[in-house]
Design a protein around this ligand. Structure first.
Ligand code: GDP
Ligand code: GDP
Length: 437
């Protein structure tokens, strides 16, 4: 499972600077997708090829209001749900009462905490060590988030820490088999109802899974002799047992489920249409490159003109996810749910597709013949061959000269061509370049 790291600390210590630095590499993908605004609090990042989730718990102020107040809401939830906490302090400002309060809280919660002294540029390293070591959270590691100093050693210490890996593995009690489907959506859109519908009550063996409220429930099952594992973020199967100290809906749980799934079934409430939070969550699905099926739920009992309006509106706002099938369903009555599986299966095989280099190169050659890449500095960009560099999402690696100068519009053209020729429905695809000059 994807580890979660929370950034904690007083205002102005540099949390959002660090957040931006860690998640930057991925920004380009989503920034390119019009209509999506990013949720600056949650980000996906990659370290040594492995994804992780960063949460900026901006809400902690460290002032005199008292710890309970200031650690309210999502910030507190994020700390509880994180695998590791990076506790940032300001090396220039020195230790403050706010730092001490936060440190006391982290010690009490027994969280896996790393003490990070930011802004070491221009500060005396020895003085910092002495000053912050007394917070009772070990020796601080000095970094400069704004200048990228010591970021790699910090990530190495945190993400290659063995205790982190252990927590991650324990979270998943049942080994998933077959297509992993995550049911994702805001609170009350009908996820639980849909999970029950998709499973079909009597066929399913329900495992009594341990774990914390943070963990999604993994439900392996068979349908028409095909194996699936449903990742239930709504926690249907645990309802009634309850130690729901934490809110039922958790962004972190949702992000982890997206990362861990092959196909995301994204549930929207037809009666509410698409709201900002839907777009944020969809942004994460695209960023993670997951195959996607969109289920517009609660389609029952809607007037015809209402349906027409919702359809038009959705098509307009979901233009960035055109590759995904759209289904209008009623989880409550079961209508349209069977058809979801058709799209899920199709999206899965598109996401997992295997194509020989010879065929990929043929498609590239045809595309280039049809529509040449532009000239740059008096020389034409040359694209020579292509191979499939990964799956879920499919990554199309194009080799050639001056590839850094390929315009976005041309990349989109290639993407569309490969999608059309290979009939890749239901999955995002990525085009990457490898230069030979
Ligand atoms: P946050 O409130 O904890 O999210 O803090 P910000 O990320 O907004 O940073 C607060 C201020 O500290 C900004 O003016 C940053 O430019 C500055 N800052 C962040 N990291 C560093 C650093 O490594 N060195 C220095 N000198 N300043 C930094
Ligand atoms: P979750 O929070 O996303 O898991 O949502 P639930 O499955 O708990 O559903 C929230 C509410 O919407 C419940 O009252 C459901 O009965 C209702 N609901 C779910 N699906 C449908 C549907 O297809 N049609 C209608 N009319 N109501 C639904």
């Amino acid at each position: 499972m994807v580890p979660v790291i929370a950034l904690v600390g007083r205002p102005n210590v540099g949390k959002s600077t660090l957040f931006n630095r860690l998640t930057k590499s991925r920004d380009a993908i989503v920034a390119d997708v019009s209509g999506l605004t990013r949720d600056r609090q949650y980000g996906e990042a990659v370290w040594q090829g492995k994804p992780y989730i960063v949460v900026d718990t901006g809400g902690i102020s460290g002032d005199e209001e008292g710890l309970d107040l200031m650690m309210a809401g999502q910030s507190l939830q994020a700390i509880e749900e994180a695998d590791a906490v990076l506790f940032l302090v300001d090396a220039r400002a020195g230790r403050t009462a706010g730092d001490e309060q936060i440190a006391a809280h982290l010690r009490k919660r027994n969280k896996h905490t790393y003490l990070i002294a930011n802004k070491i540029d221009g500060a005396d390293p020895d003085a910092i060590l002495g000053e912050f070591a007394t917070l009772g959270l070990g020796q601080p590691l000095g970094i400069a988030a704004a200048h990228g100093r010591n970021i790699n050693p910090m990530l190495d210490a945190v993400l290659n820490d063995e205790s982190l890996q252990v927590t991650g593995e324990e979270g998943r009690v049942v080994e998933p088999i077959g297509t992993k489907i995550a049911i994702i959506g805001r609170p009350n859109v009908g996820k639980s109802t849909l999970v029950n519908r998709m499973l079909g009550e009597d066929r399913v063996v329900v495992f009594d899974q341990a774990g914390t409220t943070r963990d999604s429930i993994y439900i392996p099952y068979e349908r028409h002799e095909k194996p699936y594992t449903l990742i239930d973020t709504a926690g249907v199967r645990r309802r009634g047992k309850v130690f729901e100290a934490i809110e039922k809906f958790s962004v972190i749980k949702t992000l982890q489920a997206i990362q861990d799934a092959n196909v995301v079934v994204f549930v929207i409430d037809a009666r509410e249409g698409i709201v900002e939070q839907d777009l944020h969550l969809l942004g994460f699905v695209l960023e993670a490159g997951r195959a996607l099926v969109i289920a517009v739920n609660k389609w029952d009992g809607m007037a015809q003109e209402e349906k027409d309006f919702v359809k038009t509106e959705l098509e307009r706002r979901l233009i960035f996810a055109q590759f995904a099938d759209l289904h209008f369903i009623s989880a409550l009555h079961g209508s349209g749910v069977g058809l979801l599986y058709k799209s899920v299966d199709q999206a899965y095989s598109a996401a997992m597709t295997k194509i020989p280099t010879r065929r990929m190169t043929e498609i590239l050659e045809d595309a280039v013949t049809e529509h040449q890449p532009p000239m740059v500095n008096g020389r034409r960009i040359k694209l020579r061959y292509a191979h499939l560099g990964g799956s879920n999402p499919p990554i199309i690696v194009v080799h050639g000269n001056q590839v850094d100068s390929v315009p976005r519009s041309y990349t989109r053209y290639l993407e569309n061509t490969f999608r059309k020729v290979l009939k890749l429905k239901g999955t995002p695809i990525r085009v990457e370049y490898k230069g030979s000059d």
